[in-house]
Design a protein around this ligand. Structure first.
Ligand code: ZN
Length: 308
């Protein structure tokens, strides 16, 4: 890779999360040409310093040449016009607007755009899947969805499109952090799965749960099926609300891979068994997973400027 490859069609993306920042440099079709990662230091200066380190690592891979466009996906409330973020509690950002784009642009000389992390990942799912009409269901700490509908990212009038994790499904359920009871993400999210099947050691809880269930552990089968039914509820909401061509499951839980897809499609088929209406919609047939180990959020962040 030499400096001539610093073509205008190359872009850098950062996926800023509470535990790590993933960086990628991609070409126009989303092919990753460099990747890096660092543990996140919280607070405005911590985030800025960690992001700068991740970019330095990318530049080192590319012989010092970074793209002149940097896209960032970050949790919290994002003002895209100002390139600022607030209320990213797990990153140590409170109610004051943090002008991330301007601060990082001052350090790098690049054009910097900031986007909500779920929107960035949704755009990454669009790029990687080639699907122009999709719901991206993110099973991370919580549960939320993003949409690309007929090729256009749907952010929502208040940035809340796809926050279906906070649809209450059990009026007698536990109190949710949002103030409601029995929200969907209390039964169908990475946190819910970890609570149901705590995993010691290196193996992620989702991987451990699906392995134990496959081995016939009755408690694991129960926990897996309960979790899969919750995810199927989410898929059904998405299918009935927007009827997308593809429903792509991502987020940390998606690292469980094919066993997850199989459990969710089985739950969807069970729901459809008594409903010719649901059966005709074939929601199970629309479920897709992305290739594992691709930094979907960073790829989407890099390219989302194209979304308009
Ligand atoms: Zn809630």
């Amino acid at each position: 890779m030499n400096g001539d490859m610093r073509a205008s069609d190359m872009r850098a993306g950062l996926d800023i999360g509470a535990t790590k920042i993933l960086g990628a440099v991609v070409d126009a079709d989303g092919t990753v040409v460099a990747q890096s990662r660092q543990d996140t230091r919280p607070g405005p200066d911590g985030i800025l310093n960690t992001a700068t380190t991740v970019l330095d690592l990318l530049a080192a891979v590319l012989d010092g040449a970074l793209p002149s466009h940097i896209g960032i996906g970050i949790p919290g409330i994002v003002d895209r016009d100002r390139g600022a973020v607030s209320h990213a509690v797990n990153l140590g950002l409170g109610g004051d607007w943090f002008p991330l784009a301007a601060r990082l642009a001052a350090r790098t000389g690049a054009t910097v755009v900031v986007e909500n992390d779920l929107n960035a990942a949704t755009w990454g799912a669009h790029v990687l899947s080639g699907a122009d009409d999709l719901a991206y269901l993110s099973l991370g700490t919580g549960l939320a969805a993003g949409f690309v509908l007929s090729g256009t990212l749907r952010r929502g009038a208040h940035g809340a499109a796809g926050e279906i994790g906070h649809v209450p499904i059990d009026p007698d359920g536990a109190l949710c952090s949002c103030g409601q009871r029995g929200c969907l993400e209390l039964s169908a999210s990475g946190s819910a799965l970890t609570a149901a099947w705590p995993s010691a050691g290196e193996v992620p809880p989702a991987v451990a749960l699906f392995a134990a269930a496959a081995a016939g552990n009755p408690a694991a089968v129960t926990a897996r099926d309960r979790f899969a039914a919750g995810v199927a509820d989410a898929v059904r909401m998405l299918g009935l609300a927007v009827d997308p061509v593809a429903i792509i499951i991502g987020g940390g839980v998606a690292h469980a891979g094919e066993p997850l897809r199989a459990a969710v499609t089985a739950a969807l088929r069970a729901q459809a068994a008594t409903s010719p209406f649901l059966a005709a919609l074939d929601l199970a047939g629309r479920i897709r997973l992305l290739p594992d180990r691709l930094p979907v959020g960073a790829i989407g962040a890099a390219l989302i400027g194209n979304a308009g």
